[in-house]
Write a new protein. Structure first.
Lengths: 118, 419
């Protein structure tokens, strides 16, 4: 079963970090990704541009409206995701807990809806 | 006992239902991999029993028979529905192939199924309210109405909680498994919390529609025993001891008219000695492990009370010492309050009152009726009637339990006329 692990964190911290520390985090993400590729749990992952670059699109009565940024002002914003495959929620949680972002932000684990249903 | 064979058979099936239905359900959930499917299968199995047993006699192993019948009915039902939904064919075939009769009869496997069910119902990914509701419904077999009454909630709210929780178990694939050793301590804490909450709901009300609630405590103790049998963790042992020691006083803590009787006024001859000695032995076992925690400590305190011949003969110094350890292990204002009451018994009411007033002055427990009734009691013993009255009145406004309300009213009357 697939789970989407959404990584939320305070993105304002990133630019304030010294280069060496940024490199350390990047290396940790690299190692985590490599690890779950090796173990066969990896499906995909992306890092997102800052939340300030986001656009929100709605269509109502045929009219498209575009607004800036995430809807709510929150400290922690979506910064990236991993799509993983795991046998159950416990395994997914165990994997998600190793995402470096879980240590400074939070990771939301969402099961992917399966089409077939008994 | 009725002479009518049909009545007797009905009574037999009902007895088997009470004794076995939860275990049958736990195994069916494992075999069928779905709560709703398993519940339906459980009902079908009992319906089949009502039909067949009068003719064929009660089987030698009713539980095994019911699991087999439930599994058969579920697979049969899926095959019939498969005419309208092709995906069900696959499911029915897989269930048929994967779940042979070997999975049904094994005793250890059945006990594990119950443990699996407990851990799944108490999974931290489920909201706390839903954990309790689900455990009572699925593990203990209480109806939604019974749970709603016990927790003073509306039945539809509770039913929705259960439905949502079951949907999350299915859709997020919360496993039907005993957690791994690494996850066990945290997961066990959640289970112990649920069991103790269930016990307290059953224990705190001892009048009115008390039968159901008494059963709730009994279920909590049963769960505790099951847990200790399978996972002899010191805190699980401590919780079971704590529940047994509380339970030992059940008859003594209310009068025949349903009036509440406090520990120091209870007739200790009414305490259930069997439960006391079982509880005390478990306390010792937990403490010897040296890995005990708050439950074992609370049980140790209860054991000191249980072993005293009278309230006056209680080893209050030891109780205060145990509260000191408990306060370090699990600091909370309620533990502080209980310690203050023990200090009052050791050093006199004045000393206890100072401690309680300090807690209240900090803003803690101001809405907790037991803090005010304890304060009132100490004031009464010091002869400060006006203060005692005020605190009893405050406690009265905050309590929601009928026997406690009547108890406080009696205490208030004993303080005499305000004028």
């Amino acid at each position: 079963m697939r789970y989407l692990c959404l990584i939320y964190s305070d993105e304002s911290q990133w630019p304030k970090m010294p280069k060496a520390e940024q490199d350390k985090w990047m290396a940790e993400y690299g190692a985590f990704t490599e690890g779950i590729k090796q173990s066969g749990h990896y499906v995909g992952s992306e890092r997102l541009e800052a939340a300030s670059t986001a656009s929100v699109v709605r269509q109502r009565n045929g009219k498209v409206s575009i607004t800036d940024g995430p809807f709510v002002e929150t400290k922690e914003t979506l910064g990236g995701f991993f799509m993983i495959t795991a046998k159950d929620l416990d395994e997914a949680i165990q994997l998600a807990s190793k995402i470096p972002g879980a240590r400074h932000g939070s990771v939301e684990v969402r099961p992917v809806m399966e089409i077939r249903r008994p | 006992m009725s002479e009518d064979p049909a009545d007797r058979m009905r009574a037999t099936v009902e007895a088997v239902y009470r004794a076995e239905s939860r275990r049958v359900l736990a195994t069916l959930i494992r075999l069928l991999g779905d709560f709703d499917l398993a519940e339906e299968a459980l009902h079908d199995a009992f319906a089949t029993a009502v039909e067949r047993w009068p003719r064929d006699g009660v089987p030698a192993n009713p539980r095994g028979w019911l699991v087999s019948a439930g599994r058969f009915k579920a697979i049969d039902g899926l095959r019939r529905r498969a005419r309208f939904d092709a995906s069900l064919v696959q499911l029915a075939e897989r269930l048929d192939a994967e779940t042979g009769d070997g999975a049904v009869s094994d005793e250890e496997g059945v006990a594990d199924d119950q443990l699996r069910l407990i851990f799944t119902c108490c999974h931290p990914a489920l909201p706390p309210d839903a954990q309790i509701a689900l455990t009572l419904r699925e593990v203990c077999g209480l109806t939604t109405e019974e749970i709603a009454r016990a927790f003073l909630t509306q039945a539809p709210t509770l039913a929705q909680r259960v439905v949502r929780a079951k949907a999350k178990i299915r859709d997020a694939r919360i496993p039907y498994e005993v957690p791994t050793r690494a996850d066990l301590p945290g997961r066990l804490d959640a289970v112990l919390r649920v069991i103790y909450l269930v016990f307290n709901e059953g224990y705190s009300a001892s009048s009115g529609p008390s039968l159901t609630r008494h059963d709730v405590s009994g279920e909590a103790i049963r769960l505790g025993r099951l847990l200790v049998g399978l996972l002899p963790d010191p805190e699980a042992v401590g919780l079971l001891a704590l529940m047994l020691l509380h339970e030992s006083r059940r008859t003594a803590r209310s009068s025949t008219a349903g009036e509440l009787i406090l520990l120091d006024e209870q007739d200790r001859a009414l305490w259930n000695r069997e439960l006391v000695s079982e509880g005390a032995a478990l306390v010792e076992r937990a403490l010897l492990s040296r890995r005990f925690g708050p439950y074992a400590l609370q049980a140790a305190i209860a054991a000191v009370h249980a072993e005293a011949e009278s309230a006056a003969a209680t080893d209050w110094a030891q109780i205060v010492a145990l509260y000191d350890v408990l306060l370090r292990a699990d600091p909370s204002p309620v533990v502080e309050l209980n310690r203050a009451v023990a200090v009052a018994m050791r050093d006199g009411p004045e000393a206890g009152l100072t401690l309680i007033d300090a807690i209240l002055a900090r803003g803690d427990l101001t809405e907790y009726h037991l803090a005010h009734s304890a304060r009132a009691d100490l004031c009464r013993r010091l002869g400060r009637t006006a203060q005692a009255r005020a605190s009893y009145e405050r406690a009265l406004r905050l309590t929601r339990q009928e026997p406690e309300r009547r108890f406080l009213e009696r205490r208030l009357e004993s303080c005499g006329d305000p004028s």
